[in-house]
Design a binder for this molecule. Sequence first.
Ligand SMILES: Nc1ncnc2c1ncn2[C@@H]1O[C@H](COP(=O)(O)OP(=O)(O)OP(=O)(O)O)[C@@H](O)[C@H]1O
Length: 275
Amino acid sequence: MNQIATLPSTQRQHEVVFDNIGMTFQTSTGATQAVANVTGSIPEHKFISVIGPSGCGKSTLLDMVGGLLKPTQGSVTIDGEQVTGPRRDTAMVFQEDSTLHWRSVLDNIAFGLEVKGMPKSERYDRARAMIELVGLRQFEDHRPGQLSGGMKQRVAIARALALEPRVLLMDEPFGALDQQTRQFVGRELLNIWEETRNRVLFITHDIQEAVYLSDEVWVMSARPSVVKEVVKVDLPRPRPEGTHALPRFREIQDHLWELVKVEAEKTLGAGAQSA
Ligand SMILES: Nc1ncnc2c1ncn2[C@@H]1O[C@H](COP(=O)(O)OP(=O)(O)OP(=O)(O)O)[C@@H](O)[C@H]1O
């Protein structure tokens, strides 16, 4: 387990710190405790994936880091500052298509920079560099409606990366893609990340994807969730295509699968009892 250092979270300048955070939703039918006590940290240059059974609170956790939800317990700090709302140094990518369908690929990627007030020539220069990076050079004048699902997600990733975020939050960004496209875009993300090395919190249901991309995989328990185990992925980087076939890769994958299976059974068992 990752242990929180004794230094107060506000003094930990280069980390995203989860300090005993929890979230209880109040609804008309009562309270739902989604996240119980999550403690952990994302140091600089680390890629962290979060896996766990459906409905255990992964998106809730990510939304608390992104400032979209306020924890009902504890706090999140980024580089020593408490998160109280969306921040300029944090970017998010979701599963749903978030492209602006009336704008070209170039204008989609430049959008966040425009909002930030960056001068036109500078933002187009940066957007074009990102287009190059995600392999969409021939498509810069296309509209999202003319692109495949995988290409649209590459636009969304490029738009987030153009902001040069210190923290990149991704909630099942490849969830709507077919398996082949998913692997291709995943490899592409990893290649880009090798250059940017910003801190990433990545939510996925795909254990193989989590192992391939990450430095650490956090396994969340059934709800109310805690981080049940932090599994270090001690595979060398960069990770070429054959990485999936390494015995160590399989070992980590199998270990994660066992952990998730136990938690999923608890979730499904609870569901069956209340059905
Ligand atoms: N705004 C909300 N109001 C009430 N309950 C909510 C709200 N958002 C989430 N929940 C509940 O909190 C729990 C965790 O939801 P969350 O979406 O974080 O899970 P998840 O692990 O991301 O799920 P999945 O893997 O299926 O996407 C669920 O029981 C969900 O019903």
